[in-house]
Design a binder for this molecule. Structure first.
Ligand code: PMV
Length: 308
């Protein structure tokens, strides 16, 4: 009763911020994301009657054990568990470690328990661990709507890049789980929900036409809109630092100089720069001379979570 799974982080183009149902982690709005090739979690889960207690290595155990309990119950198994997990990127810095973490944990646990679940059912299970984790299960470009997530296009559909610019590795002071729950206190939240259907329509059209400019414009608009809501919640959440803002300004300048690049930011200071594969080298050269950057992590679109 042992299995290992590997799952990618994902970056949302249309963001998930706010839960309609907190316990079930049902989002207020659909979100759309891309799986990230260079940011992965690998997790091994083993159940055995020989273990005298549950043990978790490499990550804070409380939510992991809650998730294991949910799945143990589903399988009718009572044995203790040993979980070992590693990320190949800094945790809790705005790269979604909870997404890759709970996606890998869900797939490895289902494998170790011998549960025969469909991909759709696995997305619903992963969602109960961490909302955005459900988007790390299907391949490539993924939409999460309500209970389930599914692939819109495979990873080789469009040669996009997400160049993550790491400008701060300190852990977040307020977790995104807590942040989601105060979303209704922002006076901008209602406007955000009203604007999202049109953004989803535009993103889906941009995908169909592979229109990068149209895609990038909606991605930036939705990122800034989510952060406006975060910054006006009670208590307010402000995730950017000076470097985040410096890079945001630089992106505008590079675009004016004819380099098609757009940014997005999650619940942390690091900034994700989106471009097409053909422009990756030019963008990396711009970043090379940029003061204050800690690390640059180029990602291609990736497959979803897998047993390995
Ligand atoms: O899954 P959570 O609770 O970590 O929420 C993630 C929220 C954002 O990363 C800020 C946006 C998103 O859609 O990924």
């Amino acid at each position: 009763m042992k299995a290992t799974a590997k799952a990618p982080a994902n970056i949302a183009f249309i963001k998930y911020w706010g839960k309609k149902d907190v316990a079930l982690r049902i989002p207020y709005n659909p979100s759309i994301s891309m799986n990230l090739s260079a940011c992965t979690t690998t997790t091994t889960v083993e159940f055995s009657n020989k273990f005298s207690k549950d043990e978790v290595f490499g990550v804070e155990p409380t939510r992991v054990i809650e998730h294991i309990n949910r799945m143990r119950k589903l399988a009718g198994v009572t044995s203790h568990v040993r979980v070992e997990t590693t990320n190949n990127f800094p945790s809790s810095a705005g790269i979604a470690s909870s997404a890759s973490g709970f996606a890998a944990l869900t797939i490895a646990t289902a494998g170790a328990l011998g549960l025969s679940c469909s991909e759709k059912e696995l997305t619903a299970l992963a969602r109960l661990g961490s909302g955005s984790a459900c988007r790390s299960i299907p391949d490539g470009f993924v939409k999460w709507d309500g209970e389930f997530a599914y692939s819109l296009y495979p990873s080789d559909y469009w040669d996009l890049r997400d160049i993550i610019v790491v400008v701060g590795k300190t852990a977040k002071k307020v977790s995104s789980s807590e942040g989601h729950e105060a979303v209704e206190t922002s006076p901008y939240f209602k406007n955000r929900l009203e604007a999202i259907p049109e953004r989803i329509r535009k993103i889906e059209a941009a995908f169909q036409e592979k229109n990068f400019q149209a895609l990038g414009e909606v991605i930036e608009e939705d990122c800034l809109d989510m952060h406006r809501v975060m910054q006006t919640q009670v208590p307010p959440l402000y995730y950017w630092n000076d470097m985040t803002k410096n890079i945001m300004d630089a992106v505008k300048g590079w675009r004016n100089d004819g380099l098609p690049v757009y940014f997005t930011i999650d619940a942390g200071p690091n900034i994700h720069l989106l471009c097409e594969g053909k422009d990756e080298q030019r963008l990396l050269e711009k970043l090379q001379g940029f003061p204050g950057i800690e690390e640059v992590i180029p990602n291609k679109p990736a497959e979803g979570a897998r047993l390995i």
